[in-house]
Every structure is written in C-alpha cells, then in structure tokens.
Design a protein around this ligand. Structure first.
Ligand code: SF4
Length: 367
C-alpha cells in the first residue's frame, strides 16, 4: 500500500509541470482556429495515451499519430515473402516477437512455428548471429525498423559471417516524412526522439525548407510532449517556422556520425512500399552490392522466382493504413475491440506495442 501511495505521489509531482504547460497551451491556443499536430513515433503515442495528454488540450488543438511504428508500416508483402522463403528453403528464421504476431491470410510466423517451421524469437540481430554460429541450417534474420535499428544491422554485417543472412525490411524514415508532406493538412510535426539520435537535426531542416512545416524533436516524458506542443504553438504564434530540438539531452545536430557511416557502407536506397503510404521513393534499406553474400533476397533469389504478392482479403475492413497516415483513429475502425483486439489482432497496428490501435486498446481508450 505504501508503495502504491508513493507511486501516486510521484505521478502527481510528475504531472505538475504537465498541468502548468497545458494551461499555457490553452492560453496560446486562443490565437488559432485549429491546429493539427502529428507525432511520428509509437513511443510518443504511448506517452500521450497513457498520460491522457489529449484530454489536457483545448478542442482546437488535435494530436494525430503518424507512421512511427516500424512493425506497423512493414507491408504484408514483406511478411508474405518471408513466409514464402520458409516454405521453399530449409532455413532458421530469426525475428522480433511483435513481427511474428502480425497476421497474414489467417497465419503468422508464430502459427507457422507451431506447424514445425524453425522460427526463433530474438531481441537483437546479435542473438541471430549467435544462433548462426551453432546452427546447421542457414540463419535468416528478418531485419525491420528505421534508423534506430539499422546501425545494429550494419555493424553485424561489417565483419565476415558464415551461415548468416539478412532479409532486410528496414526503411529510411525521412523519405516517408517527405511523402507525408506532399499530401497533408498537418500544421506541425513532433519528430521522433529515437530516430533523431541517429540522424540528427539536419534532415528535418530540409523538410522545413521544402514544405515550411514547423517541427519539434521531442523526448518521451509527458512534459517533453507537452513542451513540444507549447513550443510549436509559440513559434507559430510568433510567425517563426523552425525545427526546435527539445530533446537536446540526447539528439545532437549532426546525429550519431559513426552509426551514419556504418549505415552508409551497408545500405543503399530503393523505392519500397510502406503500409498506408504505398511506395516511398528512396525509403528502402536494401543491402549494398558489397554485402550481397549476406542478402537473403539475393542468396535465395531462386526461391522467390515464383513469388506473387497477394492481397490479404481478411483485412478489407482494417484501417491500419489510415491510422498510420493520421486520417483515422482506431475508434474509426469498425473492428476495433470487436473482431480486432490485442488477443486476436487483425492488423499490424493492433499487434505491435508501438501500434496506435494496441496502445489505445491496452490503455482503455476504447471505453
Ligand atoms: Fe486494423 Fe485492428 Fe486497428 Fe482496426 S483496430 S485499424 S482492424 S489493427
């Protein structure tokens, strides 16, 4: 009981600056008819929903979620390709747990494991490397994620490896923000803290230059998010169009130079598809030619010779793609907390802990 009391005291103390910021936001918001702010990170959605920050904002300030969840934006075609590879080749597939739960045509990598396929759940690519040392089958790591996980994949591939391959489904983040900006009514962005620790501030300045959309790079505490909203409104009220780095305790102007160099050596950019956004120019993290001997898409290209992507008709009503573009909320989906729930997810946004549908469902926002 004492622990619980301490917990609630701590929460109250933590919320004090948040409440003060919400009062300042309310005051500033009177200058605007309406402002749409989109955040670009699943962890921001988690903070916003868990601390119920939307309820602290005035009605004319809306907070939308964007394509910030790596599992959610990975299109069905990649999952279908990995399943196809398992059927054709005697491999061990190493994958992150969330990715293994994304359904495709009534199956998932977890259900395939129950059918006898050798599928291992790993926490990082380095677990997969260890597996490859002792496995008598080729180990294929299903690599997903933005610039946050790409450096690990790059480092894992920079040394010579045996029996180890990567099926890269990595996506570069900034091209997707450009794609969003081409066709959006959003007034401002809250940029993702984790990705920004790697890429730095500069790429956002190019977005600002091209589209004039103000942005704040924000951390993940509730006060970070509220401060980001306040800073955006303040800048807009002063007529300043800027990229503000609120998360300067972790994000440097130039980003993580060593990680960027490693990524530069290992990846090349291709035009790959995103769930919700379609094909995004230069967003695909394909392996560079020099690393072709580790590239599962190349090494097992015979297995893909008869591969035909198909649409998963069971997801016809799923609005995950719209949720990722901020044009729908989970509650706009007719399946939310009915046919689709955390125990029985229909779409990727309900599977991943960074998915908006999952966060709303597990935080009770459905009620
Ligand atoms: Fe898709 Fe489920 Fe979200 Fe609906 S609730 S959009 S079916 S993931």
């Amino acid at each position: 009981r004492r622990q619980k009391r301490l917990g609630s005291c701590w929460r109250e103390l933590q919320m004090k600056p948040v409440i003060r910021l919400s009062e300042k936001i309310r005051e500033l918001s009177k200058e605007f008819e309406s402002v749409k702010i989109m955040h670009l990170c699943g962890t921001h959605e988690d903070t916003i929903t868990k601390y119920n920050l939307r309820s602290l904002l005035p009605e004319n300030i809306s907070l939308l979620s964007g394509p910030g969840c790596p599992v959610c934006i990975t299109p069905d075609e990649d999952i279908q390709m990995v399943m196809h590879l398992l059927e054709k080749e005697n491999i061990t597939l190493a994958t992150f747990g969330d990715m293994a739960r994304v359904p495709f045509q009534g199956k998932s990598l977890f259900t395939l494991r129950a059918e006898g396929y050798d599928i291992r759940i790993v926490y990082s690519i380095f677990d997969s490397l260890k597996l490859a040392e002792s496995s008598d089958r080729p180990v294929v790591h299903f690599a997903i994620g933005f610039e946050t996980t790409m450096p690990s994949t790059a480092i894992a591939l920079l040394d010579e490896k045996e029996n180890f391959y990567v099926f890269s489904a990595h996506r570069f983040f900034i091209p997707a923000v450009h794609a969003l900006c081409e066709n959006t009514t959003v007034d401002a962005f809250i940029n993702p803290g984790h990705v920004s620790t790697i890429i730095g501030v500069k790429p956002y300045r190019e977005i600002l230059k091209k589209y004039g959309i103000p942005q704040v790079i924000a951390g993940f505490e509730p006060e970070d998010v509220m401060l980001a909203i306040y800073l955006l409104l303040e800048a807009m009220s002063d007529g300043r169009r800027e990229v503000i780095n609120e998360y300067s305790r972790a994000v440097k102007e130039e980003g993580n130079v060593r990680a960027l160099e490693a990524m530069d050596r290992v990846f090349r950019k291709e035009d790959w598809s995103w769930r919700g956004l379609g094909v995004v120019k230069g967003s695909g993290g394909a392996l560079a030619k020099r690393f072709e001997q580790f590239d599962a898409r190349k090494v097992f290209e015979d297995a893909f010779a008869d591969f035909q992507p198909v649409e998963d008709k069971s997801k016809r009503l799923c609005r995950c793609g719209d949720v990722l573009k901020g044009i729908a909320t989970p509650k706009d989906c007719p399946l939310f907390m009915k046919a689709c729930n955390p125990r029985n997810p229909v779409g990727a946004c309900m599977v991943s802990v960074e998915g908006t549908c999952n966060i709303w469902a597990t935080s009770g926002t459905s009620r």
